[in-house]
Design a protein around this ligand. Sequence first.
Ligand code: ADP
Length: 556
Amino acid sequence: MARPAGTVQGTVPQLTYWSRPRTWPRLVRASWRSSLQFRTITVSVALSGLAILVVGVYMSVSIGNDLFQSRLSQVLFESDRATSAAQSLLDSSDATDRVQVQNLLSSARTSISATSSSRLVAVLRVPGQDPSTVAPLDSSTFGQSTGVIGADLRTEVQANDGDQFWQSVTLTGNEAESMPGIVVGSQIAVPVAGRYELYIAYSLQDAEATLLFVQQTLGVAGVTLVLLIGVVSWIVVRFVVTPLRVAAETSQKLASGDLAVRIPEKGEDVIATLARSFNGMADSLQSQIRELADLSEVQQRFVSDVSHELRTPLTTIRLAGDVLYDQRASFPPATGRTAELLHTQVERFELLLSDLLEISRYDAGSVELESEPTNLVHLAEDAIDSLRSLAESKGSDLRLVAPGGYLNADVDPRRIRRVLHNLIGNAIEHGEGKPVVVSVDSDASAVALAVRDYGLGMSQGEVAHVFDRFWRADPSRQRTIGGTGLGLAIAREDASAHNGWLQVWSSPGAGSCFRLTLPRTTRGRLESSPIPLPPDDAAAIGEAGHVPGMSGGPHD
Ligand code: ADP
C-alpha cells in the first residue's frame, strides 16, 4: 500500500540518505524522476542562472573595455600635453654645456611629472645619433624601464618623430606587486644633445579596482537573483503542484475503490475546472457502479430466490417421480422408460438447483468456511472410494500416489471433498477408460492435490474456458454424473475461499491434470505448489507435437 507522503516513517530514511553524500546522485536522479516541483525549479534556476551569467560576462567585458578606452584617451591627452610643455621648455633654453643640458632635462622631467600626473618617466637617447659629450645619460623612474617598454614600441617611437605611440604593459608597484599600465612614447628634441625618446607610464590600478568592484557587484547581484528566482519558482510551482498532487492522490484513491473521494473545488481557474470535471467523472462513475451493483444484487437475489422457490415443488415432483420409478416394472415398456427418464432428469434438476444456490451464495459473499484440521490424503481416499464403482463402470483404474500430505491442513472438509469429487468425477467421465492418478503432496506452507487423466484432453481454447460458468467442451457428450457446467466454477470459488489455487494443464489426446493447491493454515499465503504443473510426464507429450494449454493461475 502506498504510504502517504510526509509521514514520520517516510521522512526518516530520506534524512539518513541526505546525510550520506555517496547516495546524493541517486537521490537527485530519483527526485528528478518523481518530483515535478524539483524538475521545474531546477530547470528555471539553471536557465535563469545561465542567462544571468551570459549577461554578467557581457556587462563585465563591455565595462572593462569602456574603462580602458576612457583611461587611454585621458592618458594620451595628458602625455601629449606634458610632452608639448616639456618640448617648449627645452626649446626656450640656451644651455650649451653638459651640466646645463643635464639640468635642463631634469627640469623638463619635473615639468612632465607635474603636467602628466605620472611620476613614471623614462628619457632614452635615440640610438644612431652622433656621440655627444654634452648629451645626458638615459634616465628612467620606472625600474627596469627598458624591460617594460617593448622593442616594438621603441622602434615605432624612434622611427616617427612627432607622433604618439602606446602599449599595454605590466608595471611593478612600490611593494613589488604587478599592476596593469599603459606606456605612451614620443620623441623630444634636447638642444645640443639631440633627439630623445620620452616614455610616460600610467598605472591602470584605479580602473582595475573599479572593474573588480563592478564584477563583484555583478556576481553578488547575479547569485542573489538566481536564489530569488529559485524561491519565486518554488512558491509559484507550489501553487500549481499542490492542487495537482491532491488530484493525483484523489484519483489514486478512486482507482483503488474509494468512490466517495472528491477534489476540493476552489475558484474559477483551470485547476478548479480540472477539479470540477474530475468530480463530475467520479460522480457518474459512482452512480454507474452503484447501478451495476444494484442490478447484480437483484440478479443474484433473483437466482437465489428462484432456486429456493423451485425446491419445494421439485421435492414434490421428485417424490411423485420416485413412486412412478419404483413401479416402472408394472408399466407398459414405453411408460416405464418415461418414468426412468423423469427420474434422471429430476435428479439433474436437483443437482443444478443446489449448484445454482451454492454459486449465488458465493456471489452474495455469504460463504463462511468451516475450517478444521483435515488430512487431505484421507479426503482423497474417501473420494476415490465413493467414485470407484463409476470408475469401474468406465473401465478406469483409480490410483492414489501420496508421498506427502499426511499432516493436517486447516480447510473446510465439505468443500474440499466436493472439489475432489468433481475433479475425479470429470477425470473418469473424460478419461476414456484410461487410468486416473490422484496425487497428494505437501511442503512447509502448502498442500496440493492433482488429478491426472490420460483421456480426451482439451485444446488451448477450451482450457481458457474450463472454469467459466455453464461452459462445456461438448454439451452433447454423454454424462453419467454432474453435467451442469457449474462444477469447476464452484470448485474454483472453493479454492479461492481457501486463498488457494485451482489450475489446469491439458493437451488434446494426452489427457488433463487439475491441480488444487491450498495453504496449510487459514491465513497462509501461497508462493508455490508442491506438485509440478504441467505434470512430469507432460514434457514428452509437448515434444510429440500436441498443443498443451494452461489455465487458472494464482487467483484471489
Ligand atoms: P460438468 O462436468 O458439469 O460439465 P464442469 O465445470 O465440471 O462441468 O466441467 C466443465 C467442462 O470442462 C466439462 O463439460 C468438460 O467439457 C470439461 N472438462 C472438465 N474436466 C475435464 C477433463 N478431465 N478432461 C476433459 N475435459 C474436461
